[in-house]
Ligand binder design. Structure first.
Ligand code: AMP
Ligand code: ZN
Length: 667
């Protein structure tokens, strides 16, 4: 029986690895997303029921779930060097001359894109991904294996004829599309926006929850093989081999150049074409193709002599500042925007530039009608990088930052550590009121599909809705007179609103828009407080006991419940039948052996992930709690358990188990 299950698990794993490779590397999908998900689900269920067949490289672990509290430091077996930079063709010619001095035979170059992300070194042993480490200072970096496993472009197991043990290096990056998607969600959730894809990619790699890393949608490309032995004589050959083992390699957009002229052609082409790529590059990397020649050239103290980065110049133009306007975001944050005389930059017409905040305006010493330099660097929105003061007359006055909200007149407040101004009139400032309702109906909240932003704005202008509770009293007679509203769409909206009464508490809690309470925090709160009233009555101390909830979030929650308008809204939502309590646990229960018992997992687990463990507890009718206290019955400890173990030992009444003993308990 168990042998059959093991076989089944292994064949599912193999099949899913192959589909992943077809999809991400070959770009040739042979099964539907639905079928893929079904198979993945099947595997996940088998693995949960049979933790003894755990494999750190199972495709199910791509979905993440493992939590890393501290990333251990790992020394690189082969140092990760930087690259020398060049900025024009003269620099390149000098480089070629230096090479020719050492090598008196023809030299070929591989020209690759210089991907703008975070570099990574991945160790493969016996065809399995075994460790991934960030560049760090080049000598040592952080081990982020769990997070890297969630990136679909990176194979967990290899195919074909690969060496037993080698490192492969590459870049982890975010496409512009995924970057925009992340920021859109952050905007909806009232979080600060990220500045550029590069920083977001490297920040994502350091998140503790690998499930969250997965959601970021990172991409990866590999461009360097390192080991004591090489499976070929040239860089170009090895890239082709690595592709066959299952890697997405730089070769796809690279060129093998026989002369420096060909290199220059490649650079000129990509200097303009790069704007059409779905991701950002900041230059071109050139590598001497022959490994023998590479060895002859060797390294300087900082970088290989056989490689060179060519950096593109950030494009810069001069234009006139026509005015500064101020946008009030859905969260009340004020963004100053420079309105410019339209000008062509990096292939697009630019009319506006972000000014970010008052400090930047002051630093630029911006005056009305200044001529400004606008640049498009790593950031998506162009920015003003300087002023042509020669063109300024003594009649121009400095730009004065506004004191009051342009939408509602309320005096703005400045949050010191963020250098940003906010309109504090959360409940009545029009964009904030509308923003809150749009957030309420959004997909991850109440998911009221047919009620879009424009309709909500209209309803608000007509004074039909002012907060989410008002949706539930809307009638067809009120909807029909709106622009472009037919009988059918009005009915769909009403049906959607009605259906939202079934949406579970955690989504409602996310939807009502308490500052800093995002999707994940809402989930954690619902685990600890099963009704909105329990949450309302919770003290700051009680809130801070919840995993991942600190003072900032706790204060925001108690503030929310101190406002009588919010209380009224909640009471109304309750009276309309919106879910403000945790529903019956619909999860299938396998047994009652853990009935009434509480569990907490600590340390590095090796037989199962924390999420799988907690799921097992729930399936056997136990309860997970998040802190060590007298209420805890069992502490399950993995490797390197720390303060929680000590605290549990001090309390004395808590049973301490290792992972195996825990499995015995339920099996
Ligand atoms: P820099 O950070 O400017 O010293 O440039 C070196 C970095 O460029 C490396 O650490 C890599 O992260 C990155 N890089 C991007 N694309 C490539 C590529 N095709 N080959 C080598 N390095 C690359
Ligand atoms: Zn306002």
């Amino acid at each position: 029986m168990s042998e059959n299950i093991q076989q089944k698990i292994e064949s599912l794993r193999e099949e899913l690895h192959q589909h992943n490779y077809n999809y991400y590397v070959l770009d040739n999908n042979t099964i539907s997303d639905f079928e893929f998900d079904e198979k993945l689900k099947e595997l996940q269920e088998l693995e949960t029921a049979h933790p003894e067949f755990f494999d750190a490289n199972s495709p199910t672990l791509r979905v993440g779930g493992g939590i890393t509290k501290n990333f251990p430091t790992v020394r690189h077996q082969y140092r990760m060097y930087s690259l020398d930079n060049s900025y024009d063709f003269d620099d390149l010619e000098d480089w070629e001359k230096r090479i020719i001095k050492t090598i008196d035979e023809p030299v070929e170059f591989v020209a690759e894109l210089k991907y703008d992300g975070a570099s990574i070194s991945i160790l493969y042993e016996n065809g399995k991904l075994s460790q991934a480490v960030t560049r760090g200072d080049g000598f040592q970096g952080d081990e982020i294996t769990n997070n890297v496993r969630t990136i679909s472009d990176i194979p967990l197991t290899l195919k074909g004829d690969f060496p037993d043990r080698f490192f492969i290096r590459g870049e982890i990056y975010l496409t512009r599309k995924n970057f925009d998607k992340i920021n859109k969600i952050r905007e909806e959730e009232g979080l600060d926006l990220f500045m550029n894809p590069r920083n977001t990619a490297s920040g994502s790699l350091k998140m503790q929850d690998s499930g969250e890393v997965r959601k970021r949608g990172l991409s990866a490309v590999l461009y360097q093989y390192i080991s004591d032995e090489f499976p070929g004589d040239t860089h170009w050959e090895i890239l082709a081999k690595a592709k066959n083992w299952g890697f997405r390699v730089s070769e796809d957009q690279a060129k093998l150049c026989k002369t420096l002229d060909e290199v220059k052609e490649f650079i000129t082409f990509w200097d303009t074409e790069r704007h059409k790529l779905p991701f950002e590059i900041d230059g071109i990397v050139l590598k001497v193709n022959s490994l023998k020649q590479q060895r002859q050239l060797g390294y300087t103290a900082k970088s290989p002599r056989w490689a060179m980065a060519y950096k593109f110049k950030a494009e810069k133009v001069e234009t006139e500042l026509q005015s500064v306007s101020y946008q009030v975001g859905r969260t009340g944050a004020i963004t100053p925007v420079a309105n410019l005389k339209p000008v062509l930059l990096a292939g697009t017409t630019v009319k506006r530039a972000s000014l970010h905040n008052e400090d930047i305006i002051k630093k630029l010493d911006l005056h009305e009608h200044d001529f400004v330099y606008v640049e498009k660097g790593g950031e998506i929105i162009p920015k003003i990088v300087g002023v042509n003061v020669d063109k300024r007359t003594h009649l121009q006055t400095p730009i004065e930052y506004i004191k009051n909200c342009p939408e509602c007149g309320t005096e703005l407040v400045k949050i010191e550590d963020q250098a940003i101004h906010f309109c504090p009139n959360e409940l009545h400032c029009p964009p904030q009121v509308v923003g809150r309702m749009i957030h309420y109906v959004s997909r991850k909240a109440l998911n009221i599909e047919n009620l879009g932003g424009e309709t909500i704005e209209q309803l608000y202008r007509e004074k039909l809705v002012e907060n989410p509770a008002d949706f539930y009293t809307l009638t067809k007679e009120q909807l029909l007179p709106l622009e472009r509203m037919a009988e059918k769409s009005a009915q769909n909206i009403l049906d959607g609103i009605e259906k939202s009464k079934e949406v579970p508490f955690e989504k409602v809690l996310f939807g009502i828009g308490i500052k800093h309470v995002g999707e994940t925090v809402a989930k954690k709160l619902v685990k600890n407080f099963s009704t909105i009233d329990e949450l309302k009555n919770a003290t700051l101390e009680e809130l801070c006991q919840v995993e991942d909830i600190g003072m900032k979030i706790a204060v925001s929650i108690t503030d929310f419940f101190q406002n009588s308008e919010n209380i009224l809204m909640i009471e109304r939502l309750k009276s309309y039948g919106v879910q403000l309590e945790k529903g019956e646990n619909t999860n299938e229960v396998l047994s009652h052996v853990l009935e009434g018992k509480t569990f907490l997992f600590t340390g590095k687990l090796s037989l199962f992930t924390r999420e799988q463990a907690e799921e097992m507890v729930e399936k056997h009718n136990g309860k997970n709690i998040s802190a060590v206290s007298k209420n805890l019955n069992y502490l399950v400890v993995g490797e390197k358990a720390g303060s929680k173990l000590k605290k549990a030992q001090d309390i004395g009444t808590i049973t301490i188990l290792d992972e195996k003993q825990f499995l015995d308990l339920i099996g």
